[in-house]
Design a protein around this ligand. Structure first.
Ligand code: ZN
Length: 252
């Protein structure tokens, strides 16, 4: 019974928030809440009433609106330990239900140590915060490449038709970088063209599917022989190849 409704909206310079709504129960969850006014305006647009917040990590552009929204809506806040206002702390492999739908948590440290991703198997949907982006991955502020590769590997094991909601519109720059790592990947070349058109029309490139990311996102393709050849890392471990790609992106 895949019957939740999704409303994605932009805030700040390049963030995306998502509202997840159950028409039967009326429950509505906000995935992150960096800007309370933007979340409230999205709720008003849809006529939905906020009952839950799922926080991914402690960065201000993801949680700055949390205490305001909680005070205004008296909603239940689920998130990692250490974030002010969290009612239900979650870590790796926890399960809870939202509007009768199972939600599984994945701890995906690397960008931050506290990062939690929310996976709804019945909806084939995952919220990846700043871990996995469309054609990219988060910067390593608190963790290292080994940690991030392990985290991304958890996401890579989800079913390929999983819909991936990530938190930023970084895709055009990510595509330009991806082409320097994987220049002969036909799927990537096609996707980069599609992205150019979407962005020229101010359309979002989020969500995507895990299958698209597996085929074109260089951060998930450390095992790819052509990429390894291109980087001169034919015999390296996946983790070493990932670390090299991440470092190149930092300097891109
Ligand atoms: Zn962040």
């Amino acid at each position: 019974m895949a019957n939740l409704q999704y409303h994605q909206y932009p805030y700040m310079s390049d963030n995306y928030g998502v509202l997840v709504h159950c028409p039967q129960s009326g429950d509505t969850a906000s995935i992150d809440c960096g800007d309370a006014a933007a979340t409230n305006s999205a709720l008003q647009t849809k006529g939905w009433n906020l009952t839950h917040i799922f926080a991914t990590h402690h960065h201000a552009d993801h949680v700055a609106g949390l205490t305001t929204l909680k005070a205004e809506h008296n909603c239940k806040v689920i998130g990692p330990a250490g974030i002010n206002g969290v009612d239900q702390q979650v870590s790796d492999n926890d399960q809870f239900t939202f509007a009768g739908i199972e939600v599984h948590t994945l701890h995906t440290p690397g960008h931050t140590k506290d990062m939690i991703n929310y996976y709804l198997p019945a909806e084939k949907t995952v919220f990846t915060g700043d871990t996995l982006f469309t054609l990219g991955c988060g910067r390593l502020f608190e963790g290292d490449a080994k940690m991030m590769w392990h985290s991304l590997s958890k996401l890579m094991r989800l079913p390929p038709d999983t819909i991936v909601y990530s938190s930023h519109e970084y895709t055009e720059a990510n595509a330009a970088f991806a082409l320097t790592i994987d220049p002969h990947n036909g799927a990537l070349l096609q996707r980069a063209e599609k992205i150019k058109t979407l962005r020229a029309n101010n359309e979002p490139t989020v969500p995507s599917t895990l299958a698209e990311e597996l085929a074109t996102n260089p951060f998930l393709r450390a095992q790819d022989p052509a990429i390894r050849q291109h980087l001169g890392l034919a015999d390296a471990t996946d983790e070493e190849v990932f670390a090299e790609i991440r470092q190149r992106k930092d300097n891109f």
